[in-house]
Design a binder for this molecule. Structure first.
Ligand code: ZN
Length: 245
């Protein structure tokens, strides 16, 4: 399922759940529904949620900038080692070729996303924000390094989301938040189960990718089905609103 479909399905379902459980629909309802329905895909560097944390164009710019300064540093070091300009240039040339093969934009982007989340948690810590708000940033900062659709897409992680959101929901006096967040997270996993690739829902106990469908993400058929689901959920929400409000 595409990121924007996860997000739309998440927001609509968040509104529906609030109506069913007679909970207020506040900005936190919408934001947490959008965030937690897309969060599992933080294990993919080109997902919507990764793009929100760090724009791809910006990480490409940073990547080129870091490589540029690294190249200069290598040249300066090699010129110190050897007094001959030609030998230095030779060493620099091959070291740069080797490094640029090893340090890809993909890997550096993952490191930058992790770094951004980690930096945010340090800023929050220095601002003396309650530790409950910092823990999620630390946990999710490891996501870019996880295998796609494994730990991030497991029942185990749904429980962790509930446990880390519970103290926050008490602190902000919106106890529905813990249930809402974990439900949105689970919804993402269930939606992904209907794709051909499936998800390792029982990870770390089993690495088997469980799939209940044959939908290919990004395919024409998949896009039609996804748009249809959003349309149906939208109609159901309008119906619920008329019934409950
Ligand atoms: Zn996913």
């Amino acid at each position: 399922m595409r990121g924007k479909t996860h997000c739309a399905v998440g927001i609509i379902t968040g509104i529906q759940l609030s109506l069913i459980f007679s909970q207020p629909i506040i900005p936190t309802t919408i934001v947490s529904s959008a965030v937690f329905s897309t969060l599992p895909d933080l294990d993919k560097s080109n997902s919507i949620i990764s793009g929100i944390i760090l724009k791809k164009n910006f990480s490409k710019f940073l990547y080129k900038l870091i490589l540029f300064f690294l190249d200069i540093a290598i040249f300066l070091v090699s010129i110190k080692i050897s007094s001959s300009f030609f030998i230095s240039a030779f060493i620099t040339f091959f070291t740069i070729i080797f490094l640029e093969k090893k340090i890809t934009h993909y890997n550096m982007r993952k490191a930058l996303i992790t770094g951004t989340l980690f930096l945010l948690s340090i800023i929050l810590f220095l601002a003396k924000v309650n530790l409950s708000f910092i823990i999620p940033f630390i946990i999710f900062s490891i996501f870019p390094w996880l295998r796609h659709r494994n730990f991030s897409h497991s029942f185990f992680m749904v429980i962790i989301v509930y446990l880390i959101m519970k103290p926050i929901s008490i602190l902000i006096d919106y106890e529905f938040l813990a249930f809402l967040s974990s439900f949105m997270y689970l919804l993402h996993i269930i939606c992904d189960m209907f794709t051909r690739q499936g998800v390792a829902i029982f990870y770390p106990f089993s690495k088997n990718m469980i799939s209940l469908g044959y939908i290919k993400v990004g395919g024409k058929f998949s896009n039609i089905i996804e748009n249809l689901i959003i349309f149906i959920l939208f109609i159901v929400t309008i119906h619920l609103m008329l019934k409950f409000l």
